[in-house]
Design a protein around this ligand. Structure first.
Ligand code: ADP
Length: 329
């Protein structure tokens, strides 16, 4: 394979630039030409494609966002648009594509592979919700940002004896809430993977108050409900006039990637090029037990999150290389 392309699609995540850089540098080292497709599948269909060189990815390893831009482009589910995209690739002699994005983007990559264009998926999302990989590119940075904010909120909540609900991102996954909640020593963590009852939070809050604790930090995954909704529900069940809600929002998607995300993105980007060089497509690169793995881009078996909450409120953590441990609050 002599010519490949790379695109970023769907929600952006810190580390996407490091992954693009690795694809470009590895591709050039393998004697290939590497093209950048802008705005994801939209740019593919519209031919917004340019040749990248070593200098185009200079200084990108530390930058958040994606310098190739990203887009949501629902049209790409239609065969007509997929074929238009393929025409653009053919016109430039491009033979394989690296797609960096979430599960929606993986579907697009699968369609390309089915039409004879090998595509390799790299998991670029802060949500850590991709099947077949323990970590996604951007998750570590998002959690680090959330923990930094939670630490600050806790300082002010303890000074004023306040209860805080902090809503974090994650779409339908609770990974950011769980990791950030544990790392920040939250009093309660609400995630979509676990049955959620407002009464249980109230019960735990009352117990904490009885034990002399007069501030309370709740980390809420957006997949459960919005912070304001939870606040309303809690207020209906008790005297919580000093309840405050903080929605962290898009700060979790930005910022310079952590070391872990940079290294993960760099390893995965280089690996994707090697797979394309071998003529492989329809695969997604993942990391498992610190080793890179490949899975069919679609159809991998859904696995549980690396962490989960037991019905008794304890947290089960499956760290790589270790027997599961239980954390009790
Ligand atoms: P993410 O990749 O972060 O999950 P989306 O779900 O928005 O984000 O998907 C990103 C893009 O991938 C969509 O805007 C669309 O262009 C493409 N895509 C999503 N689902 C499909 C599909 N079933 N077939 C083809 N392309 C798809």
């Amino acid at each position: 394979m002599k010519r490949i392309a790379v695109l970023t699609s769907g929600g952006d995540s810190p580390g996407m630039n490091a992954a693009i850089r690795a694809v470009v540098r590895q591709g050039i080292a393998e004697g290939m030409e590497v093209y950048g497709i802008k705005y994801g599948y939209k740019g593919l269909v519209e031919g917004d494609i340019e040749l990248l060189d070593t200098a185009s990815v200079r200084d990108q390893v530390a930058r958040g966002g994606t310098f190739l831009y990203s887009a949501r482009y629902p049209e790409f589910v239609q065969l007509e648009y997929q074929l238009k995209g393929i025409e653009q690739l053919k016109a430039r002699g491009i033979e394989g594509v690296v797609v960096i994005g979430g599960d929606g983007s993986y579907h697009g990559a699968m369609r390309l592979t089915e039409h004879g264009f090998p595509a390799i998926g790299l998991p670029g999302t802060i949500d850590n919700d991709i099947v077949g990989t323990e970590y996604t590119i951007g998750f570590d940075t998002a959690v680090t940002t959330a923990v930094d904010a939670l630490d600050k909120i806790r300082d002010t909540s303890s000074s004023h004896n306040r209860t805080f609900i902090v809503e974090v991102m994650g779409r339908d996954a609770g990974d950011i809430a769980l990791w950030a909640g544990i790392a920040a020593g939250a009093d309660d963590i609400c995630i979509p993977e676990r049955e959620f009852k407002v009464e249980n939070i109230v019960k735990r809050m009352n117990e904490a108050h009885k034990q002399g604790k007069n501030h309370y930090l709740i980390v809420l995954a957006e997949g459960v409900m919005h912070g304001e909704e939870l606040a309303e529900a809690l207020k209906r069940q008790g005297d919580l006039s000093d309840l405050r809600v903080s929605v962290l929002g898009h700060i979790q998607r930005g910022g310079s990637p952590t070391v872990r995300d940079r290294v993960l993105a760099s390893r995965m980007g280089a690996h994707a090029v090697k797979l394309l060089k071998e003529g492989k497509g329809g695969l997604a690169v993942g990391i498992r037990h610190e080793k890179l793995v490949e899975n069919p881009i679609l159809g991998s078996v859904e696995e549980g999150a690396l962490m989960s909450i037991n019905p008794d409120g304890s947290i089960k953590v499956n760290f790589p290389h270790e027997a599961p441990i239980e954390l009790y609050r």
